[in-house]
Design a binder for this molecule. Structure first.
Ligand code: 0WD
Length: 256
């Protein structure tokens, strides 16, 4: 029996079979969790339904996290299938492409700052609020995905670094708010992985090459490795861990 047997998990942020959310969904399913998946728009619906089939679930729901109405609908619909929710994974980020190249000071605008923070950080709190009635009192766990650019200045990541810093603060404040209800809140700070979202970041290839040369493990990490850590953090094995940022990056962040 897997260590997530009996748990029900909603996974937000599946875009392809390279998505970090796909690694997480597979690890959680392997450990015995029942899954529900969301898709951002009609274009992704068919692909996510196919992935749901591979994971043995038929619960797929539309969710663009910029819409309060869609956020409410997801939990109303989920409540028709399940009487409670144990795990919520937020694997979503967005910044306009032009914000992710060149220098930060040249590329940041009021508009791209607001969009990056809304989709990449606020949406985590919005989902936590909307999921609360289904999650309270079940020793539930929320998980989001962040990146080293939250705490270090680096080329190209630009306004997304600020949004991830906000997201990491969100993890701490949500952990503090929801702890009394028994809900834990954590983040994984993943090393660079080639996905659709990553392809929008200028010079991403250089980040991969640099990680391979300089991380203690001398390689980059896979979505399976992030998935395994996510399954652990959302399980009762991690019952004493909340408000933490756990690095799954081959140790890259410790190298000065
Ligand atoms: O190197 C990497 N790939 C890393 C990613 C290193 C460290 C962290 N991360 C983070 C990302 O910042 C993000 O928070 O992991 C999370 C997942 O990203 P991913 O798996 O790298 O990327 P991807 O497979 O593209 O999934 C992210 C998805 C979007 O895909 P697109 O292709 O559109 O960027 O987030 C979803 C979307 O499907 N998304 C939304 N979902 C609902 N509503 C929205 C939205 N408004 N916007 C984006």
């Amino acid at each position: 029996m897997g260590f997530l047997a009996g748990k029900r998990a909603l996974i937000v942020g599946l875009a392809s079979n390279r998505s970090i959310a796909w690694g997480i969904a597979q690890a959680m399913q392997r450990e015995g969790a029942e899954l529900a998946l969301t898709y951002q728009n009609d274009k992704l619906q068919g692909r996510v339904e196919k992935m749901a089939g591979e994971l043995g679930t038929s619960i797929t729901l539309p969710l663009d996290v910029s819409s309060d109405e869609q956020i409410d609908n997801v939990f109303t619909e989920l409540g028709r299938h399940w009487d409670g929710l144990d795990i919520l994974v937020h694997s979503v980020a967005f910044a306009p492409r032009e914000a992710l190249e060149g220098s930060y000071v040249d590329s940041v605008t009021r508009e791209n700052f607001a969009a990056a923070h809304d989709i990449s950080s606020y949406s985590f709190a919005a989902l936590a609020k909307a999921a609360r009635p289904l999650m309270a009192g079940r020793n539930g766990a929320l998980l989001t995905l962040t990146y080293l650019g939250a705490v270090r200045a680096m080329p190209s990541y630009n306004v997304m670094g600020l949004a991830k810093a906000s997201l990491e603060a969100n993890v701490r404040f949500l952990a503090y708010s929801l702890g009394p209800e028994g809900t834990r809140v954590n983040a994984i700070s993943a090393g660079p992985i080639r996905t659709l979202a990553a392809s929008g970041i200028g010079n991403f290839r250089k980040l991969l090459e640099y990680g391979e040369k300089n991380a203690p493990l001398r390689r980059n990490v896979s979505i399976d490795e992030v998935g395994n850590a996510a399954a652990f953090l959302c399980s009762d094995l991690a019952s004493g861990i909340t408000g933490e940022i756990t690095y799954v990056d081959g140790g890259y962040n410790i190298v000065g």
